[in-house]
Design a protein around this ligand. Sequence first.
Ligand code: MG
Length: 255
Amino acid sequence: MVQLKTDTHIEAMRASGRVVAQILTRAREAAAVGVTPRELDEAAREVLREVGAASPFLNYRPHFASTPFPAVICVSVNDAIVHGIPSDEPLRDGDLVSVDAGALLDGWAGDAAVSFTVGRARPADTRLIAASVRALEAGIAAAVVGNRIGDIAHAIGTVCRDAGYGIMEGYGGHGIGRSMHEDPAVPNEGRPGRGMPLRHGMVLAIEPMLIAGGGDAFREDRDGWTLRTTDGSRAAHSEHTVAITDDGPRVLTVL
Ligand code: MG
């Protein structure tokens, strides 16, 4: 069931979204060749401590997971698409890093992700990341009252496919509010004009995940969390928490 938020709720989620943006900013600033993903997680924990927020990621254990998630951010490097456990493996020149972050402030969740490179970027990675940002922007632009979920999905999928990239099959965005994952599901590919009508007060995490190789397949790592491309190609992930309002989409996970 979709939980519509009041304007007061959306203001509270804006505060939580700002914390998520602070975490992503801090993690990105800390990221460099030789720095470990675990150090990025420590930087993220520092932000949560400073603002007195909790993490919806830490110890998260959905039905598919055999172990609770051990960190406050996901750090997915190169062929890892999402759900990467921050490791002690130092980042190398040209790595493509996707950081997914969440925060719980006053009982409201925020969720966002960003991809970037460290050191000398491969042009192919720069293009892939730019496409994931464009796909996110297209999804946000379609998140308007009068549209349906399928319009968001179609907008995202069109950008990804037109650029020649694959889309993680069966994964996508979600409603968000008191908990990180609520109804409805927000697929990254779909038919326009289909699905649930969008209404003022719906808050959605919109999150295209692109696979450079063009395939849609992925596999789970031995760690039980990290999802990697099957073809070994690189992946990018861009996400924002967005409130649908009568005045248009409002991105909550910005500074
Ligand atoms: Mg996320």
